[in-house]
Design a protein around this ligand. Structure first.
Ligand code: SAH
Length: 259
């Protein structure tokens, strides 16, 4: 089955509401909702916020359920100059920006893995990016005229590239500039993706991350964030992940369940 994961309730609620037959499995305080979306077997779960919470959730998922692929959906702060509120970032690689065991290991490298940047699965990511582009073609249909006006979502775009994660809500211009200087190719910052990518790497399960830009990780990030998540985030997840699930099996039937 496919695993659909988000950090917060607002990011997954609309999609969960379309699951007709969900059955709850409760492990370590997390509710794993097992059922079907668009006829496909899925398990949906809220990872909770932060790298440790997300890694714990991912490890439980991959150990307890027969997961063919894991898709993370949610919001992130835009870092790239051209990455604006209402855009979508589909990760190609993911890195933990607050991990530094230097000089023993190179900065950002996860000790003993040899990797700093964990790759997302190309086929999954291609499919999600394609659906995201279709959804963003009509922002008013996606989020409604009021939200589109309020957040200035007029010509939203899909970006693909580096997504960085760390245990900090980045909400100052200073910190966001430091991250951009250290990692100039980072498109967006959030708090879970790279941790989940690392767990999926260990379990050899294909992984993808789709993040809607909720804020610019600057001094106004907090204000933007709360209203955006409440009004917009779950609609994006519903449209993009739901639309992608509706397309069918994504070529997964051609793979062994764990590659
Ligand atoms: N004030 C919020 C905090 C949520 S933390 C609350 O009380 O609920 C932010 C969440 O959104 C994380 O799950 C993270 O992955 C994502 N996120 C969005 N913008 C971010 C940013 N600028 N920096 C870090 N994480 C961000």
């Amino acid at each position: 089955m496919l695993a659909i994961v988000a950090a917060m309730h607002e990011e997954l609620s609309a999609l969960l509401a379309t699951m007709p037959d969900e059955e709850r499995v409760r492990v370590a305080g997390r509710d794993f909702w097992v059922g079907h979306l668009h006829g496909q077997p899925v398990v949906c779960v809220l990872s909770r916020i932060g790298k440790v919470a997300a890694a714990t959730t991912a490890a439980i998922l991959l150990e307890r359920f027969d997961i063919e692929a894991l898709v993370f959906t949610g919001v992130a702060g835009g870092l790239g100059d051209h990455v604006q509120v209402g855009d979508v970032v589909v990760a190609t690689r993911l890195l933990q920006h607050d991990l530094d065991a230097s000089p023993i290991f190179p900065k950002y490298e996860v000790p003993l893995t040899g990797h700093a940047r964990f790759a997302a699965d190309t086929a999954l990511s291609d499919g999600l990016a394609q659906v995201a582009r279709e959804c963003l073609a009509d922002p008013v249909a996606l989020v409604g005229a009021a939200a589109s006006r309020r957040f200035g979502i007029h010509e939203p775009r899909v970006h693909r590239g580096l997504l960085i994660s760390g245990d900090r809500f980045v909400s100052t211009e200073l910190e966001s500039r430091m991250l951009r200087d250290a990692l100039p190719d980072a498109l967006a910052v959030e708090m879970e993706g790279a941790a989940v990518a690392q767990v999926c790497h260990d379990f050899k399960v294909p992984f993808a991350a789709v993040r809607t830009i909720s804020d610019r990780a600057d001094d106004s990030a907090h204000a933007d964030f709360m209203s955006f998540v409440a009004g917009v985030a779950s609609r994006y997840s519903l449209a993009i992940v739901g639309g992608w699930l509706a397309l069918g099996r994504h070529g997964l039937e051609h793979r062994s369940s764990k590659i």
